[in-house]
Design a protein around this ligand. Sequence first.
Ligand code: SAH
Length: 252
Amino acid sequence: MTSDALPRTRLYVDAPLAEGQAAALSEAQAHHLRGVLRLTPGVGLRLFNPRDGEWLARLDVLSKAGGSALAERQLRPPEPVSDLWLCFAPVKKDAVDTVVEKGTELGAAVLQPVFTRFTDVQRVNLDRLRAHAVAAAEQCERLDVPDLRDPVGLDALLAAWPAGRTLLVCAEAGAARPIAEAAAEVSGPTALLVGPEGGFAAAELDTLLCHEFVRPVGLGPRILRADTAAIAALAVWQMLAGDGRGRPPHRV
Ligand code: SAH
């Protein structure tokens, strides 16, 4: 089979993937395969997860309640995943959906919602956001899905900050260095933090800057919307210091 002939449908599954083994498909996946793509048993699919890589599989059972596919052969072995975290103040529905979708495409390993003083949004629908992350991972040829964490307050985030990880705070005010300069100097595990539409409170910036793992970074002379800032910071970081410097896009 040439690579051109590989099935377009690509699904993330939790189940282990191994030759001849059946992988269970969820009710939502079955609904998508039946109702949207109108697939029937026998068609080829690609299944993936970060532990077993990507596999060519054949749809075996499909019903309203779920289904299964039989894994045939491995197309891609597991590979190291990007280690960039994105911490972001939740913003309104469309914008937060964008942050999760684009964050997934740009290789964020962890998506951490953070409540700050001027965060307007009170609630984060993690189920909806997880579904967006899975769909984006399926589309962009990732082998993993970012770890979307439960929201935390800024103080709790800082109190539990892991040793050895630099936190680049996107700061639209105060003494911030251009993110490209920080990219040339910072190495090792990194996270980005983007504030809400109302920005960070001055006291929050003061607190942030008291921590030795924090570096304030700027994204240019214009004030970006929070979703734009998240995308810009991730893109710049990945291309200058992250996995954008490595291998070319995976194409099937
Ligand atoms: N209300 C604020 C703007 C907040 S923009 C004001 O009018 O001043 C939302 C978030 O995007 C900010 O908290 C910051 O994290 C990020 N951001 C926007 N533009 C930025 C820039 N030029 N440099 C760094 N961060 C920026």
